[in-house]
Design a protein around this ligand. Structure first.
Ligand SMILES: Nc1ncnc2c1ncn2[C@@H]1O[C@H](COP(=O)(O)OP(=O)(O)OP(=O)(O)O)[C@@H](O)[C@H]1O
Ligand SMILES: CC(C)(CO)[C@@H](O)C(=O)[O-]
Ligand code: BAL
Length: 287
């Protein structure tokens, strides 16, 4: 497995690979969810490249950029074991040359709400860095997790509108045994908060039951129930909402038989640890 740190070396390595390439962009601190993305990439392409970069432009002031876990040595072992052909782990200066003017790429219709409302410059930073990775690696396929559901929709929209020659693939969320979505940030949770964290999954399951089993059609009723479940598990709730799974638009009425189902989306905090999760509810749901 090849490790590269500069954009020039990453390009050189990519160009030396024959056949198709799948890229798995990450911020490192890899867990089994990331490894699933790598595995899936291997089933779709001849080679998988992984980027590991804690991207400063997607963190707002006061967020956890400085303390975000950085575990490159272990990450490299995991990538190798998962069969990655290479890891691109650039420095901040490689990705953002100091004197260069800022460039913005954004998808305003999909980013003003939900994560975008709580992290105002987040998606501009995500789009910018993902675009840079696509331009360095020029992958045929890029694999993202549905755990970051809004991010997946934003990247799909960016790629479609800017006619970028890459196929974006979304992968289901990997969960711990009790249902908690795997996330690099779970390691911040105290033992007590870790026990309460399952409340996020319970809230999503409750929304699913209300819609699919009880036939609830009022989004506000489902949202209230999710909020209560989260609060019962000690969460401070940023949002717990139902949205159209493609446009992320608010819904007047819930119909689980909608072609694309209904997206239940949560962001909530246990002490200072902010977790997100989601579930697509409805018979023929796809991301
Ligand atoms: N549990 C999971 N299952 C599937 N994919 C996941 C999971 N967690 C993260 N991913 C995906 O892995 C990619 C890299 O994500 P990232 O490195 O931010 O990890 P993370 O665990 O989501 O960390 P964070 O705590 O920062 O949200 C993204 O496409 C993300 O959606
Ligand atoms: C896509 C990404 C690697 C861009 O920094 C990040 O937002 C993430 O890990 O989901
Ligand atoms: N997986 C999303 C990265 C972030 O929270 O910045």
């Amino acid at each position: 497995m090849q490790l590269t740190h500069s954009t020039a070396d990453a390009r050189k390595h990519r160009n030396a690979l024959t056949g198709t390439v799948a890229l798995v962009p990450t911020m490192g601190a890899l867990h089994a969810g990331h490894l699933k993305l790598i595995e899936h990439g291997r089933s779709l392409a001849d080679h998988v490249l992984v980027s590991i970069f804690v991207n400063p432009t997607q963190f707002g002031p006061g967020e956890d950029f400085d303390r975000y876990p950085r575990t490159l040595e272990v990450d490299l072992e995991r990538c190798q074991a998962a069969g990655a052909a290479g890891v691109f782990a650039p420095s901040v200066d490689q990705m953002y040359p100091p004197a260069a003017p800022d460039v913005q790429v954004d998808v305003p219709e999909l980013t003003s709400d939900l994560e975008g409302a709580f992290r105002p410059s987040h998606f501009a930073g995500v789009c910018r860095v993902v675009m840079k990775f696509f331009n360095v690696i020029q992958p045929d396929i890029a694999v993202f997790g549905q755990k970051d559901y809004q991010q997946l929709k934003v990247i799909q929209a960016m790629v479609a509108d800017l006619l970028m020659p890459v196929r974006v693939v979304g992968m289901p969320t990997m969960r711990e045994d009790d249902g908690l979505a795997m996330s690099s940030r779970n390691r911040y949770l105290s033992a007590d908060d870790r026990r309460h964290a399952v409340g996020a999954y319970k809230a999503l399951l409750q929304a699913k039951r209300m819609i699919e089993d009880d036939g609830e059609t009022d989004p506000a009723a489902v949202e209230r129930a999710m909020q209560q479940t989260l609060e019962a598990h000690h969460f401070d709730v940023d949002y717990a909402v139902l949205r159209h799974p493609q446009t992320l638009a608010r819904l007047d009425c819930v119909e689980p038989s909608l072609t694309h189902g209904v997206a239940a989306l949560i962001a909530a905090r246990l002490d200072e640890v902010r977790l997100i999760d989601n579930m697509i509810i409805g018979a023929s749901a796809t991301a």
